[in-house]
Design a protein around this ligand. Sequence first.
Ligand code: GLC
Ligand code: CA
Length: 548
Amino acid sequence: MTSWWKEIVFYEIYIPSYFDSNNDGIGDLKGIGQKLDYLKELGVEGIWLTPFYSSPKVDNGYDIADYYQVDADYGDMADFEQLIEAAHDRGIKVIVDMVLNHTSNQHEWFRESKKSRDNKKRDWYIWEPSTNNDGPPNNWESFFGGSAWEYDSMTGEYYYNAFAKEQVDLNWSNENVKEAVFDVLRFWLDKGVDGFRLDVINFLTLNRKFTDNPTNNVGEQDHLYDKDQEGIFDVINEVVAITKEYGDKFVLGEVGSDEFNLLEKYMNETDLDAVFNFNIGSMETLNDKKLFREIKKMDSKLSEINLPTLFFGSHDMPRHYSRFSNLGNEEKIARLTSTFLLTAKGIPFLYFGEEIGMQDFIAKNIEEIKDVQGSTAYHIAKESGYNDKEALKRANKQNRDKSRTPMQWKNEKYFGFSKNEPWINCGDTSNDSIADLQIRDDRSLWHHYQYLIQLRKNELTLQVGNYQMLNSENSIISYERKFEQSSFMIILNFADDDAEYNTRDLVEKEIEHVYSSQRFEMEEGSVLNSFRLLPYEAIVIKMNKGAH
Ligand code: GLC
Ligand code: CA
């Protein structure tokens, strides 16, 4: 049986930056509700909502203070219920982000835990005494930089935080913690969510001997003992089992790694439906050789039931429009990479704004940096003696605000995102990555996305078809997807030169339709002989049913 999530295109909505319905400068749930028709028109059938729970927002909601409340900035419970209903009315599924590894230091559980060493909730978090005369219990570093241990003078112990010090790691070896968190899952499942995106899910268990992490050959800490520890698969499976009590729900894990070998273990050895395949997703440059290697690996190493996810963007990484850019060719590359995302084997996840080619925002001073990872990098650089310019440079490298600027809806002030100044900088306003304009232009990037999303939606072969052929030659990656009698051939040129495509794979095939990412009127007959692809051109060929 195939599951609904294997058939649809997902779209990540970074809530504070999507659409502001009440003009307080912050995107909200009602705002998303007002854009559901836009999403439906684009063709996406699943949305992933980033955290909207009550939070002091040190890490924009990934620091939850109350799992049972909607944050007032984003609306209230009635808004959430209405959004789910309105999405479902339009055939759009909703999966929500769940942050189970840590809570905000403002969470009532932590306020209790902090009170005394013998508090009932002391053991809900990870408290350790100092070991080596005064210093933290070990050398573990936070993923945002600096020690992962924060000293609490009231009780004279350190608590563990894998991210910001305001994001306190829960103790998953405590059964009471598990029960409390499982209740949270049930609560949101009862509200009708269609699944969960599990934040940093491979972090839940730790090496409880607290062995020091080694340093790798570039002088950085190798996080050997603070993630992917013993028992992690069992805990994940418990989370999945609770969710599946509610039927055909989608459980997607964020396993923080770009190593396929590790991702593969979580895919094949846990009950997760999918993980984020950072092995492709976080590729820093456009590298067709690497891309091909990874697709090949995924195709051969994953069991039939495990589809990889396909994405190049998220709220944690620079926008791929900027990341893969080659001066002047950005849009061609965006068309090429999205053709891959939407025709390859896997579950596509688009990040809001990529359909109009939104670009990175680079902060000009520390005041412009809202992201905790960016500002932490800045302060660490300053403390290490770097000047302002250098510290800013380092901060911008880490700054995730790059991809968090408001959605560019209209060609007006603040891009029509809000009538008032947004919580975050709007970025470069002199571009034409604007939804309104692109919807009116048949040849825009938006229409390219829409075409391919709709194609995927209408063609089972593009949803579930296996690779009949998967090839990389010179600068071209090509593959054929096949399902029953139907097949599609996809040919992608990663060079900024023309490239000759050897048509041997097309010989004796009957072609029904040809789509080019760049040529608007394709002559259908033209591909029959050997043909040349334009720089960064992507071609999608539909074969006639019944032809061999
Ligand atoms: C995940 C989120 C990221 C957050 C981190 C800590 O990686 O995607 O935005 O900062 O977890 O919760
Ligand atoms: Ca608002």
